[in-house]
Design a protein around this ligand. Sequence first.
Ligand SMILES: Nc1nc2c(ncn2[C@@H]2O[C@H](COP(=O)(O)OP(=O)(O)OP(=O)(O)O)[C@@H](O)[C@H]2O)c(=O)[nH]1
Ligand SMILES: [Mg+2]
Length: 223
Amino acid sequence: MILIPASNEAPRVGVVVQAALSSMPGVPVVVVVNGCTDDTASVAQAAGAQVIHSAPGYGRALLAGYRFALAQDNLGFLVQLDADGQHKAQDIPRLVAALAQADVVIGSRFASGGSASHWPRRRRWTTASMGVATSMVTGVHLQDVSSGFQAFTPNVVDFLACDFPVELTDANVLARLVRAGFVLKEVGVNMPDREGGLSMHGGWKSAIYTVKTLLALMMEYRR
Ligand SMILES: Nc1nc2c(ncn2[C@@H]2O[C@H](COP(=O)(O)OP(=O)(O)OP(=O)(O)O)[C@@H](O)[C@H]2O)c(=O)[nH]1
Ligand SMILES: [Mg+2]
């Protein structure tokens, strides 16, 4: 299953859904919405996605998607990507193929072959530093720990559906997965900036989120 959380992405989500459907013919694409004030849901549905509704927030949207995925017959894998055009559907098959060697595959701007265009320098350094902190805490070399482009085996989806911190969804989740014994791997992807609309990480919210994530990351190894 391909999972796309979307909040006010009507101008972008249709193309993303169509590209996801063509990247993996026969694999269902599910868009999770909540509280949109535009036509995201109807655009996604018209493009061929199944649309489900969740409680508010990005983390709760993902959690609803994981639970929905587990209720599907024969779930082979789950890939999640943004609805804003940042994650390229043509990379989905490479992430899925890499699940042969790992339980979690991260579409990574820092791994070999990866890149990011128009990535603000401040966010680049924040993400790189968070990668260093995550590697130190987990003992596993990880770089792009804030990428929302990820692929999971069904066992990981099962784990996340039961144990997912909906308020902080980045490096701390990866640390939790490492601690649970899952194998994580990064695959280089190109990730441009979002194609329009508003980021959930704008302005000061981003700095506060980073500090909270750092604390949550350290707490993962104290639990
Ligand atoms: N359903 C749902 N989706 C959300 C919510 N917040 C964000 N999203 C979606 O989740 C994805 C990730 O959010 P973004 O704002 O792109 O976060 P980001 O990629 O870290 O930030 P940018 O690099 O600025 O795009 C996008 O597809 C959003 O539309 C929410 O509250 N509910
Ligand atoms: Mg985005």
